[in-house]
Design a protein around this ligand. Structure first.
Ligand SMILES: [Zn+2]
Ligand SMILES: [Zn+2]
Length: 239
């Protein structure tokens, strides 16, 4: 639990483990919603049953609305709000959260572990180069590391290219091969469109045609999910 750069904070919903510095906050993090005050909710937001001494109010920790115990009975881990323990969620929020937790368990880990690609970018003036690409631990940026043994000069052999902020990505597109219906379609590359200071840039990650193909294809699929999740959070912020 003692993560470097993290601290425990207590909110009315439970204990949260958050980044000490704002600059380390994951772009996937959601703010806690304000709770609808008790005196404004007389009936359950789902089944409309009235509250009394036996039927008590429960707040969903994700949407902040009021429910009866039956309609708000799930306790689910909610890493997007950094809760240490599973928290009480309404049915609707429980479904969304369980799906997102799968993303946290699988795809986000995959993105952090990284994979190998051939890259084309503005920075490289469209020359191809092999890079190892991974998401930083705080989920904020993609790093592209090139290893190029330079025997002549005996210089350090690692180059780190311009990183890409995850929140600066406007769009990702997959390119496929194999339109023949008898063949399986395969992903050949991903184009990432992102904002770099004031201009739009593009970089292309080409899936290598060797033993890296499978992990690199999986990495690209995970990347597509990540961008979708950020876009949907941007479009409908929880408030
Ligand atoms: Zn209810
Ligand atoms: Zn809810």
């Amino acid at each position: 639990m003692a993560d470097a750069g993290k601290k425990l904070v207590r909110s009315k919903s439970g204990l949260r483990m958050v980044s000490v510095e704002d600059k380390d906050t994951s772009p996937f993090q959601l703010d806690e919603p304000p709770w609808i005050p008790d005196n404004q909710c007389l009936t359950c937001a789902k089944c409309s049953s009235k509250y009394d001494i036996v039927k008590r109010r429960h707040h969903c920790r994700r949407c902040g609305k009021c429910f009866c115990g039956q309609c708000c009975s799930s306790k689910v881990p909610l890493p997007r709000m950094n809760f240490v323990d599973p928290v009480r969620l309404c049915e609707e929020c429980a479904i969304v959260t369980k799906k997102e937790n799968e993303f946290y368990d699988k795809q986000l880990k995959l993105l952090g572990n990284g994979s190998t690609f051939m890259m084309k970018s503005n920075e490289l003036e469209n020359e191809k180069t092999e890079v190892f690409c991974h998401l930083t631990g705080n989920h904020r940026s993609l790093l592209f590391i090139e290893e190029k043994p330079d025997k002549e000069n005996n210089k350090p052999s690692k180059w780190i290219h311009d990183p890409v902020n995850l929140t600066s990505i406007e769009d990702v597109k997959l390119q496929m091969a194999g339109n023949d219906p008898s063949q399986r379609t395969i992903v050949t590359s991903m184009t990432i469109k992102y904002k770099y200071i004031d201009e739009m840039r593009e970089l292309v990650l080409l899936v290598p045609d060797d033993s890296h193909r499978r992990p690199s294809t999986a990495w690209i699929a995970a990347m597509q999910k990540a961008v979708k999740m950020l876009q949907s959070t941007r479009d409908s912020p929880v408030s």
